[in-house]
Structures are given as C-alpha cells and as structure tokens.
Design a protein around this ligand. Sequence first.
Ligand code: IMP
Length: 373
Amino acid sequence: MIQVLDKSFEVFITKEELSKEIATLGDQISKDYKDGDLVFLSVLNGAFMFTSDLMKNITIDCEVSFVKMSSYSGVESKGKVDELIGLNGDLSGRDIVIVEDIVDSGLTIDKIISLLETSNAASVKVCTLLYKPDAFTGQKRPDYVGFSIPNAFVVGYGLDYDQKGRNLDMIYQVREQKKPNKDMLNIVLFGPPGAGKGTQSERLRDKYGLVHISTGDVFRALDSESELGKLAKSYSDHGNLVPDEITIKILESEVSKHPEAKGVIYDGFPRTTAQAEALDKFLAAKGTEVSMMLSLLVAEDELKTRLIARAEVSGRKDDADPKIIQNRINTYNNSTAPVADFYKSQGKLSQINGVGTIDDISDRLYSAINSAE
Ligand code: IMP
C-alpha cells in the first residue's frame, strides 16, 4: 500500500502485467499499420510513460507527436474554446493513432477528434492503456485498449492524483476507506486503579445511552472454573495485566453482544499500545472508531487511600493489599500510560482532573464529551 497526498492506494496493475500488455498492443498496431503512414499523437501529460513503452514495441516506421489539450476563454465566443497544442506538420492523408493514458468519460477524446476534423487525416483511431467502460458516456470508443478497469480512481505510470504519483512505475487503485460512523460514541475511559473509572462509567452509560464494558468486571465475572477464567484470574489476582491476546478476544466477544449500541465506554481497556492498535483495527472493521480518550488524573497518595477504603466495602482482594496496589499503580505507569500518548497523537486525548466530588468529575467529563461532538 502507498500514500499519495491524503489517499491510500494499493497495487492494481503490476510492472510485469503492464509490459506484457503493452507488448501485445505494440504488436497489434504494428501489424494493423504495416502498410500505413502512421503518426502517433500522444496526449500529455498522462500518456508520457505509456507512450515511451509502447513506442519500444512498435516495429514499423512511424512518427510521434506530443499534444496537449488546452482550453482558453475566447475573445468573442462565450465560454471556453478548446485547442490542441503541439500539433505540427501536415496530417492530411496520414493515419493517426491517438495515445491516451486513460479514457474515462470519453470527453477528452471526443474533443481531440473534433479538433482533428479539419486535418484531413486518412484515419483516426484511439489507443488507451486504461478504459473505464462504466464511466464512459462519449461518442468514440477506444480502438485499442490495454486494460478495461472498474470505475475507481487510479494513479501511477503517468497518471496523477493532483499532479502527484505520475512517477510510480505501476498502476495503483485508490483504497476505499470506510467512513467511520461519527454517530457512535466510543469512549476510552482511562486512569490508574482507584481513579473512579467504574463510578463515572456508569454515569456516562446512563447519560449517553452507552454500553459499559469493563474488562476488569468481565474478567472477574468469568467462570472461575473455566480455562479462560483460571488463566485470567492467575494474572489479575497478582496485579499483573492479562496478556493482550486473551483480553482482546474477551473484549471482542463482549462488544459483539451489543450490535445495536449507540456507543461503548471502554473501561480498563486498552491497557497497552498493542491493545489500542487492536481496538482501532477491530472498530475500523465495524465501520467506526474510538471517539475520544478521557483520562482521569489522580495523585498516587489519593489513589492508595481510595483503594483501601474500597476494599472494605467490596472485599476485592487486589484492593486490600498495599503491595498489590503499588504493583498495579506501577504497571499502570509503565505500560498503560503510553496508551495516552497513542491517543494524543490521534488528537483524541482529553485529560480530566479526577479529584473532587463525583458530580464535579462527571460534569468535567460531560463537558469534554459535549465540546468534542
Ligand atoms: P475523460 O473523462 O475520458 O475525458 O478523461 C479525462 C482525464 O481525466 C484523463 O485524461 C485523465 O487525465 C483524468 N482521469 C480520469 N480518470 C482518472 C483516474 O482514475 N486517475 C487519474 N486520472 C484520471
């Protein structure tokens, strides 16, 4: 895949395919005009590369002229007047083959042919490397066609996208990008353990009608007797991250349970840059994307106090032990914080002060969401 300006393109016709087809065209034209008086009119700019390779495969006597369509505002007539620049020499009685890179609507060829009407040429034919029959609305269909192609934008081998890409040595086709569904609100809620993600997620879920997926809750709810459950638990009980492959599988199956969702709050996911990349891919395949990351900022001492207090109510093992708490905070700082940079580089990071009353923090989150919409 390559990038030309703002678009991605993928290989469509390779160098080998081009040279094989151009050799065939050259043979055919050489046979057809072996008794003729042949002049090629190569239409600039796009046809320069094709013309060069085609000429190497022409084995009969011929001439080559390079012409360019130009339109200018006429002095007397209204609208534009077309002219063919670069046409030199007398064409009367001669056989003309117009060489084009691409025939799309066919408008250019029709104009060129009408401008050649006064030339008294013996014959006028058209040879084009590419032809888009589905886009064609013209009068004159091309006589020699290298490749009939679908009606999608192509670049390379002389063809340009906004003047770029002409130098590419093969033909590339634009890659249709699915437009992300901006109506879906996919929020990554981020923050160290004890930052209040769970509480705030529930509020965001209710206010915006979202589905709340907490990977932590999902892990804890896994059947502790199942293989996946045992595996996930063996990591999370010690404050370690469950490996990416397991987490991503679990998350994908959770998201797929809610096909009608207006959006999702991802709470506790992604925790590594690899997971963030996997989430981007997964959402792109569904025609949507992460709308924003909301990152709750809370100082470490405050986190520890909150977690110890929470353990008394919830009985969560990983909240009660200061060693495990410290390990979780360290893990967050080391491997999870870079995820914020990942979203920052996409312009999707909003940092929210996570200290204050629950209502204060909710209000800050709401205003970050509303101002991004
Ligand atoms: P027409 O529509 O047949 O008159 O083609 C007009 C011109 O549009 C061609 O000579 C090309 O310069 C340009 N064009 C049409 N389709 C493409 C494409 O897919 N890629 C690059 N240029 C194109």
